[in-house]
Each structure stands twice: as C-alpha cells, then as structure tokens.
Design a protein around this ligand. Structure first.
Ligand code: UD1
Ligand code: F6R
Length: 345
C-alpha cells in the first residue's frame, strides 16, 4: 500500500524517520540521569567475546549492501580497533581469497537471499570463520545460515532500489560497532556521543526530507545530461558510491561515485565546463580537504552543483535519483533488467 505516495521508492524514502526508529527500538538505551547510555543487540551478545578476539573483521555484500558496510567501516575500525576489510561477494569467490578460523565475517544483505552473498557465506563457513548476518528478512537463507546476527527491522522494502534498508543497515552496523567496542572510561564520552547522535537521527532526517523540492529542482537541471559524477571521501565515500548507484539503476543515467582523494589520478581528465559534478561535504575531519577539491574543480569550470548532507544520511541523493527518474519518465519501482532479489550468480 503506497498510501499518499505515487511510488514505493518515494514512500520508502519518506518513511525513514520511522524505519530508523524501529531499527533502534529496544537496542539503544538512553538511560535516566544516573544511568549510562548503552547498546544491546540480542542477536550478538553471546558472540561478542569471540568477535573481539578475531584477527580481522571482513564485510561481504553486493550493491547497496556493500555500500552500507563501506559507510560503517570507519566507525567499526575506530571503536573495535580491529582491522576491517571490504569484500564484494563475487570477487571474494573469484579469487578464492584466504579466510581464516579467527576471522569474523559480516554478511550484509537486505533480502538475505542474494546468491553471490550466500555462496560467499558457504565458502566462509567451510573455512571455519565466525559468520554474522545483517539482514532485513527474518527466516531468509542468510539469517538461517549465519552463526548469529542482527535483523535490521526496517520493514518490508518493495521498491527495487534499496533506500530505507540502506540507512537502517548503516545504523545497525554503527550499533554493532558500539557493541564490539570496549566500553571503558576513556571511550565513554565518544560512545555516548554516537548513541545520542543515533537517537537524534530520525529527527534530523525529518529535516533533510524538507530538501525534497530543492532536489527536484536539481533533478530538473540534470534531466538531459549523459553522466553525473559524485565525489566523496571519509564517511562520504560510501555516500558517493551509493548516490551514483541509485542514479544508474533507476534514473538510467551513467553515474560514477569517486573517492575524492583519487580525483587527480584519473577522473580530473574528464572535467570540463559541461560535466555535472556533485561534491559531498559534511563538517567532519575531511571538510577542509573537500573544500580544496571544490576549489580545484572550480578552477576548471564556472558552474557547479553542491549537495550538503549530514553524517549517516545519503537522503538528498535518494531524493535526487527519485525525481530524476520520474522526470525522465522511467519506472522508479521496477527499473529495467533489475530484480529485488538476485538469486542467480
Ligand atoms: C529478538 C526477536 C524480537 C524480540 C526481541 C526481544 C526475532 C526474529 N527477533 O530480537 O522479535 O522482540 O528478541 O528480545 O524473533 N540472526 C542470525 N543471522 C542473521 C540475523 C539474525 O543468526 O542474519 C539470529 C540472531 O543471532 C538471533 C536471532 O536471529 O539469535 C534474532 O535476531 P534479532 O531479531 O536481531 O534479535 P533481537 O533484536 O534480540
Ligand atoms: C540497489 C540494490 C542492489 C542490492 C543488491 C544486494 O538499490 O537494490 O544493488 O543492494 O542486489 O541485495 P541484498 O541486499 O538483498 O543482498
């Protein structure tokens, strides 16, 4: 039921304040004035000791789920102090990459049924790793075949392009990072700051959703472009990849997400007066570096579009991809050649 919305993708973008609240419900505890803030993940609590002893943590996923893991990687590295590696499911299998008994492997999949991710799970189990699932679908193959895990509880997602599941995956992975990380006097302030920010996120998202009209105007200006480049770095590297993936898959426009630190190593050659570019910057440790990227791009051209986002929300880019698709006259909820759940290799 789409309710007041025209499309499922639109509905799912707009229901993120609620889906994120559900993902956090009962898991993040604010506590009273004397009680401290804490995190409780029922699906992981019996395995935390093993995870903390692992030699490395490896994220495995495909498409948007891979991007969600990439978005969560910095916080997991910071809080766990364990090396975190990224693997695209099919690539791990193509390489038959080494997997060890003292690895913790986290499988991220909205549907819990993606063939590549499932095959990688089977491979990791055979190699004796601890396999953790992060999925939206109770009873799915990944939920059943992992040793433990967390349901993201985002509610069913019908639009083929993943939107609310992406943000819930990131929030759940941030909670996983808090659960794995040591809760000590020296980390208390930082941890409580993260918990507070997570709890405030639904309210922030309500604010960001007000950018709807602005993003529609931006989409209007891009309607007949051939290509759209998105630059991000740090926390926003994943935002750039995910923003570009959405534009490709639903708006059927070529788009690339680029790590801004790599700009001079290739993509800069394509920059001229005409190439539309989105630079994603937030007030984080990468802010001044991104400002310098903007200056360098400006030196090559006279017109620019900028999108500002808050940490943990690629929402403006979801809105942009949605409007671009509708304005270009394509099917938003069922893009050509794509299926919600990819059950073949
Ligand atoms: C669970 C209940 C929830 C209840 C809550 C009360 C389920 C599905 N969840 O939520 O309804 O309100 O207790 O305390 O019954 N798992 C995997 N792999 C995955 C995902 C999950 O093995 O990919 C396992 C977990 O390790 C856990 C179980 O599935 O044993 C349920 O996970 P989750 O729903 O995240 O647990 P809770 O949040 O505790
Ligand atoms: C993008 C999209 C796909 C999926 C990918 C993995 O919007 O929907 O890229 O993210 O097929 O699917 P799951 O998460 O179900 O394993």
């Amino acid at each position: 039921n789409k309710g007041k919305y025209e499309h499922y993708m639109q509905k799912e973008i707009h229901e993120q304040p609620e889906s994120l609240t559900t993902s956090m419900r009962g898991r993040l505890i604010r506590g009273g004035s004397s009680k401290k803030k804490s995190v409780l993940l029922g699906g992981l609590k019996d395995h935390l000791k093993t995870i903390r002893r692992s030699r490395r943590i490896v994220f495995i996923g495909c498409g948007t789920s891979y991007n969600a893991a990439l978005a969560a990687r910095p916080i997991l590295e910071e809080l766990s102090d364990i090396p975190v590696m990224m693997e695209i499911a099919s690539d791990l299998l193509d390489r038959q990459a080494p997997v060890y008994r003292d690895d913790t492997i986290i499988f991220v999949s909205q549907s819990g049924e993606t063939a590549d991710t499932l095959n990688a799970l089977e491979y990791a189990r055979e190699n004796g790793a601890l396999c953790v699932g992060i999925t939206n679908t109770v009873g799915s193959a990944i939920a059943r075949n992992t040793h433990c895990g967390v349901h993201i509880n985002a509610g069913s997602e019908i639009g083929v392009a993943s939107t609310k599941a992406y943000t819930s995956q990131i929030v759940v992975l941030a909670m996983v990072a808090l659960a794995i990380g040591a809760d000590t006097v020296s980390t208390k302030q930082r941890r409580e700051g993260i918990i507070e920010s997570l709890l405030n996120l639904p309210g922030k998202i309500r604010e960001v959703l007000k950018l709807d009209e602005q993003m529609k105007d931006l989409a209007r200006s891009l309607i007949s472009e051939q290509s759209l480049v998105m630059f991000g770095r740090g926390y926003n590297y994943a935002t750039a990849l995910e923003g570009a993936l959405k534009v490709k898959e639903v708006a059927l426009m070529h788009s690339e997400g680029i790590l801004a630190g790599e700009m001079k190593h290739g993509l800069l050659a394509l920059v001229d007066e005409n190439l539309p570019i989105v630079v994603i910057t937030t007030r984080d440790q990468c802010f001044s570096k991104q400002q310098s990227v903007i200056q360098q791009l400006k030196a090559k051209r006279s017109t620019d579009s900028y999108v500002y986002r808050r940490r943990c929300s690629n929402l403006p880019l979801q809105l942009l991809a949605y409007h671009l698709t509708v304005l270009r006259g394509y099917n938003v909820d069922q893009p050509r050649n794509l299926a919600k759940s990819v059950t073949t290799e």
